[in-house]
Design a protein around this ligand. Sequence first.
Ligand code: DAH
Length: 343
Amino acid sequence: MKQRIKQSIENLKQLSVNTLEELEQLRIQYLGKKGVLNDLFAQFKTVPNEEKREMGSLLNELKTAVQTKIETLRDALEAKIESKITIDDLTKPAYLETLGSRHPISLVRNEITNIFAQIGYTVEEGPEIEDDWHVFSALNFPPEHPARDMQDTFFIENREDGNNTVLRTHTSSVQVRTMEKQQPPIRIIAPGRVFRNEAISARAHCIFHQIEGLYIDKNVSFADLKQSLYYFAKEMFGAETQIRLRPSYFPFTEPSAEMDVSCNLCGGKGCNVCKGTGWLEIMGCGMVDPNVLEASGIDSTIYSGFAFGMGVERIAMLKYGVNDLRMYFENDVRFLNQFKTFI
Ligand code: DAH
């Protein structure tokens, strides 16, 4: 009997199977009701007492060896079957990679940039931490202008001589930086983050994004401004879009205007997005004030130009129907995931 057990343990080592059926046969052969182990355990009863101890432990050794062998063979078979499926079954659907998505603000910024790139505008950038000159003085803001107030502007350094360091309150500062380093023709847009000391609500945020535009050359007129912005409005909101310009005031433009586009939701009939007016205000614009040209070293007797500035969040709100500004800054993936298809 001892011999038989030892032989069985040896035999086990050589065993191999090719299918799950063969494995099942093997299991029955060893562990089944009439299998080798039951047979040996039956014989065990007849073993003389003094040999029982040694025989018992040998039998247990065989039993564990059988169980381990069967498990190892099963694992190997299953791994083989699995790899066969992935290699052989070319019709199996591919695993989808989880793709990230662009932020809606980036999507809109890119779209606006591309629309202006088609008519020759290049992109300029400037610092978010600016000096008083580039944000206010060079743009013709008088010293007592309310926009310079502590209530609107985040100050980094408040100096006696007035040359403060601030977080830029608008991207118009990039106009100045561009004119300082480059003579006309200038045709740029400047996208970027701006900062204002506002209480955060659904309609206001202390950080938001603007896109500034500047076009300076000889003989640039208000008609050029109108036509360029009309082109932009149609590209952005659809071919049917109409624009209207309302007189306004900005220190750096003269004359100045606010531009509205016809409401693309109701087609101009009036709805709750356009508050029944049929129009949506989307940007400020105007002819660059000669004082602004001169402050940056451009001869206003030779050159003229126009400028415009718009809020990216505002355009994104109109485009995607998102009516709470805070959503753009919360990084909630349930919100962001909705823009996947817009890549
Ligand atoms: N800087 C203005 C603002 O932040 C926007 C603006 C209006 C920019 C008119 C311009 C412009 O260039 O001509 O509200």
